[in-house]
Design a protein around this ligand. Structure first.
Ligand code: CO
Length: 211
């Protein structure tokens, strides 16, 4: 077995001990249940570990990650996480966190076939098409990539707002706020994209559901 792999379990034992040193009841309390105030929808990228970059402890963030932090409305995995977070855990915030340097976003800007993943990337290409006028005007490739990351996050926040799950919660006067962030893998900083939605009034009327 390689060294890095073997080290993982040793690291775990050290982490357990450090937590117990600070609070002997740490794991006993976690075993009682969870009531996280936040659902995080982020990229699967190894450089964007949800809890770590926002200083959150176990029990504080419910997490869903996929390539390019997508909210695909027929994705049962995402919908199940969202439904459980909103209706069972009653999270107050859902954060879509994209990141600069996202390989999924870059792939969507090009025409190269990568394999099965092309079918997932297609959802991101749909976002490009929506913002084609803005993105095609940007000549600098890096700048275009960064802007696409941001526009994709914004689009995913709106896609969350369009789900029956989120609209139902708002209809029941549940306090539920959606947010969009972009994380810099090169500097560790989160940029708040200031796309905050807490009711369906910002949605195109065709998406507003009556219950
Ligand atoms: Co990514």
């Amino acid at each position: 077995m390689d060294k890095f792999y073997k080290q993982l379990i040793d690291n775990n034992r050290e982490w357990v001990q450090s937590k117990l040193d600070m609070d002997p009841e740490f794991f006993n309390n976690l075993a009682k249940g969870q009531q996280p105030p936040v659902l995080w929808i982020g990229c699967a990228d190894s450089r964007v570990p949800a809890n770590e970059i926002i200083g959150a402890e176990p029990g504080e963030v419910f997490v869903h990650r996929n390539i390019a932090n997508m909210v695909v409305h027929s994705d049962m995995n995402m919908l199940s996480v969202l439904d459980y977070a909103v209706n069972a855990l009653k999270v107050k915030h859902v954060i879509v966190c994209g990141h600069y340097g996202c390989g999924g976003i870059q792939a969507a800007m090009t025409n190269k076939s990568i394999g099965l993943i092309d079918n997932w990337i297609r959802h991101i290409k749909d976002v490009y098409r929506l913002h084609k006028d803005t993105l095609d005007k940007i000549e600098d490739e890096q700048e275009k990539w960064d802007r696409f990351v941001e526009l994709n996050v914004t689009e995913q926040v709106f896609d969350l707002a369009k789900t029956s799950i989120v609209q139902n919660a708002w209809r029941n006067n549940q306090d539920l706020q959606l947010h969009g962030w972009a994380y810099g893998v090169g500097d560790g900083l989160i940029k708040d994209l200031e796309v905050n939605i807490s009711n369906d009034s910002q949605l195109d009327s065709v998406y507003q559901l009556n219950f």
